[in-house]
Write a protein of this length. Structure first.
Length: 391
């Protein structure tokens, strides 16, 4: 079974708190992906420290091969019970997904997970186990393509308490919403961001509790090849474009006027500029037969980086998927990279455009390469696999 494990998470801080009392850790190994959501008792600095300790202990131990039992026992001995409330200092949920799709989930005092298949909420058999006097719910899942699993902190379930909803957003209401959201959104980030936007609305923009969503979606791998900038040696143009257009790869994107001319020439096609797509900030897109998306170069890529930054940092910006629906080149490219991409191949020509180069800086600090490197890091932070080929 070949699939991509798409993982996304978003958080809202409790009103007037600089730090979030929830913490998410995602650990990738050769054999598995490990995801931990911890909710520290209370809010603010103390809750953040406790939740961070929980995720770091669990992530490190599981990555090094420790069993779930050893991991939970260590957490239990490290984080004691609150003497006043008789509650654990941190609740947590852990998912370990093997590359073959088999997953093991444990839940301790967080709201029950939401699991959907074929756009329907599925009931998962759970077994209660006791580790170090803690009652843990464990379950096993064998994922199929299209399956979605969502974890939430109790801030999601409590959204709207005392405000828009007297009793808050109950688990069943969240489940109904997620079933519809999963049917609408292609990627995990779209699902988690949409749920967070609704929670923010129910809190009337003033969250009464730390609120976190973690979404895992099992997707078919989708590769995008992005070519930008002319090669350093113009005699290899034909070879590069031939490799770029090889069968087996999916969507093709070209960024930059010179790059577009090279591609069009080698494919014996024309570059048709679409002036209707131009805005005050973003140059127009173009069309080349056989290429899925053609945009301007550095200016558009810089705007793409800016949009993905805002999109990926929900807690600060409240940016949502609707903001990517513009008709300009930057919105189109950002949307494609976020929604339609699991693997990104960057073909980066090293020929220097004098307009983009400060003569006081070395070649490896050219604006073009800086933008590409930043884009690569952002895509990796979203869980995408990125490969860069400098030419």
């Amino acid at each position: 079974m070949e699939f991509f494990i798409d993982v996304a998470h978003d958080s809202l801080n409790k009103q007037d708190e600089e730090l979030c009392g929830d913490k998410v850790e995602v650990v990738h190994t050769d054999e598995s992906v490990i995801i931990i959501l911890a909710d520290g008792l209370g809010s603010g600095v103390k809750a953040n420290i406790l939740a961070t300790m929980t995720t770091k202990i669990a992530g490190t131990m599981l990555k090094e091969g420790a069993s779930i039992y050893e991991t939970i026992d260590t957490i239990a001995n490290t984080l004691p019970m609150c003497n006043v409330r008789k509650l654990a200092y941190s609740t947590f949920s852990i998912i370990k997904i093997q590359r073959d799709g088999k997953a093991y989930v444990i839940e301790y005092d967080n709201p029950p997970m939401f699991f959907t298949r074929n756009h329907k909420l599925m009931e998962i058999h759970k077994k209660e186990i006791v580790i170090n006097e803690k009652k843990i719910m464990e379950s096993h899942i064998t994922f199929k393509e299209g399956d979605t699993l969502t974890l939430v902190s109790d801030g999601v379930i409590h959204a709207g308490v005392g405000g828009i909803l007297n009793l808050g957003w109950q688990w069943e209401n969240v489940a109904d919403y997620l079933v519809k959201q999963v049917a609408r959104e292609k990627c995990a980030k779209g699902i988690s961001t949409g749920l967070m936007e609704t929670c923010k609305y129910l809190y009337n923009g003033m969250p009464g509790d730390d609120t976190t969503v973690v979404t895992v979606k099992i997707r078919k791998p989708e590769t995008i090849d992005l070519f930008t900038g002319p090669p350093e040696d113009e005699t290899i143009d034909a070879t590069i474009i031939k490799d770029f257009m090889k069968k087996g790869r999916t969507k093709k994107v070209v960024c930059g006027g010179t790059a577009a001319k090279i591609v069009a020439r080698e494919l014996n096609q024309e570059v048709i500029v679409d002036l209707a797509s131009m805005t005050k900030e973003v140059p127009p897109m173009a069309k080349i037969e056989g290429i899925d998306l053609v945009t301007e170069g550095v200016l558009t890529l810089s705007k793409v980086v800016e949009k993905i930054k805002k999109y990926s940092d929900y807690s600060t910006n409240g940016y949502t998927i609707e903001n990517l629906n513009g008709k300009d080149g930057a919105s189109n490219l950002a949307r494609v990279l976020i929604e339609d991409c699991t693997h990104l191949n960057l073909w980066v020509g090293k020929a220097i455009n004098p307009a983009h180069q400060n003569p006081d800086l070395p070649i490896d600090l050219s604006i073009k390469l800086q933008v590409i490197n930043e884009l690569s890091k952002l895509m990796q932070s979203l869980g995408k696999k990125v490969w860069i080929n400098y030419i």
